[in-house]
Design a protein around this ligand. Structure first.
Ligand SMILES: Nc1ncnc2c1ncn2[C@@H]1O[C@H](COP(=O)(O)OP(=O)(O)OP(=O)(O)O)[C@@H](O)[C@H]1O
Ligand SMILES: [Mg+2]
Length: 357
């Protein structure tokens, strides 16, 4: 508690009242002076009216002066706020230029710079998301490079042992070969994806028979499915499609390759091609491991593998389905998955503009 407050309080109150009185007196004097000046020309009115008029003039004067002061203060407040936002905008842009995307400019909807501030906030948010994606991408690529390299290095070191039985030597050499293939498919798929994503790969569209393409892809993969004693059946409507033949063939290879990879020995794969109007549907069904519902949302993302710690023998970098999605979308279509764990999966590719007989 301030004990001095009491001793200083009274003089201040007296001073305050004195000041208010002085201001009123000044304005009344001014009001009186102005009306007296006017009466010189008009002649004085009755005394009571003269008092009322000079009092009114004093109040009007006082009101005008207070109004002007308030307008000046409001104007300088607005100018200060403008300057504040202006500085915030410059500061935010400087931070973004330095790579810090966690900026947020605080403005209200009525502010003249609101649109710019909102656009800068959006830009910072999007750049932040891109930056996170870039960092995730680098760490995924590094991981995908690192793990095959580690096994190549390890098995190459084991191969140096001269007393190794021939069978084991073969086994280690096969692992080294498979891991090198995985590395080269990583770089190949990454190049393809980035070329497709930034539109650098020109698409060469032409008419071709989609059913024939599916048949030939299934036949090309025969060594893989017959090695696992899989039953592969196809029921294909005769249809032609206008698209990039090589890219589309990559779509079927990737989906079928997964079906073969994730289906246990003795399983079955079905391929059908049907059309509803000009909308074609390619359906690839397997009796494999299946994918849990919460994983199904992610399998088309780059580097996504359901079983992260999966056996090396299955290979793969988690890029196949992201390529599928990109290629199908470039053809105006979409790809869906429907799957039940341990029962199998159904991948459907919808392609518009099919001509079937
Ligand atoms: N037919 C399927 N049955 C079960 N799981 C599947 C099937 N197809 C895809 N998946 C799951 O989706 C993941 C992503 O598939 P994707 O083809 O993108 O990558 P990958 O096969 O692991 O590697 P890559 O295709 O680059 O060689 C797979 O790792 C697998 O977990
Ligand atoms: Mg794959």
């Amino acid at each position: 508690m301030n004990r001095d407050g009491g001793s200083h309080g009274w003089p201040r109150i007296v001073l305050g009242f004195g000041l208010i009185f002085a201001v009123f007196a000044l304005f009344f004097a001014a009001g009186f002076g102005i009306t007296a000046f006017i009466y010189r020309y008009t002649g004085p009115p009755p005394e009571v009216l003269a008092h009322i008029l000079s009092g009114l003039t004093a109040f009007l004067l006082l009101g005008a002066v207070v109004g002007i002061f308030q307008a000046i203060r409001r104007h300088s407040d607005v100018a200060k706020r403008h300057q504040g936002i202006h500085n915030q905008l410059l500061d935010a842009l400087a931070q973004i230029a330095q790579g810090n995307f966690e900026v947020l400019i605080d403005t209200d909807d009525h502010h003249v710079h609101h649109d710019i501030a909102h656009a800068i906030n959006e830009m910072a948010k999007n750049l932040g998301t891109l930056e996170t994606m870039r960092q995730d991408f680098i760490s995924n690529v590094s991981h995908e490079i690192q793990s095959p390299l580690t096994s190549i290095r390890g098995f190459a070191a084991l191969l140096k042992n001269d007393s190794l039985p021939a069978e084991q030597r073969q086994h280690y050499a096969a692992i080294i070969e498979a891991e090198s293939k995985r590395l080269s498919s990583l770089s190949e798929n990454l190049l393809k994806l980035s070329a497709l994503e930034n539109g650098k790969k020109p698409l060469s569209f032409r008419d071709f028979r989609l059913d024939k393409q599916l048949e030939s892809v299934a036949l090309t993969l025969e060594p893989q499915w017959s090695a696992k004693r899989l039953l592969v059946e196809a029921d294909l409507q005769k249809c032609s499609f206008y698209g990039d033949e090589d890219l589309l063939s990559q779509v079927w290879i990737n989906i079928l390759h997964n079906a073969i990879k994730f289906t246990p020995e003795g399983g079955q794969i079905n391929i059908t091609l049907t059309a509803d109007g000009d909308m074609g549907v390619v359906k690839i069904t397997d009796t494999g491991a299946g994918i849990a519902p919460e994983e199904q949302f992610h399998i088309f993302e780059r580097f996504y593998k359901v079983d992260k710690a999966r056996d090396r023998s299955l290979g793969g970098n988690g890029l196949g389905l992201s390529l599928v999605k990109k290629i199908v979308e470039l053809h105006g279509g979409r790809v869906t998955v429907d799957s039940e764990i341990t029962k199998g999966s159904v991948f459907q590719v919808f392609l518009p503009g099919l001509h079937c007989v």
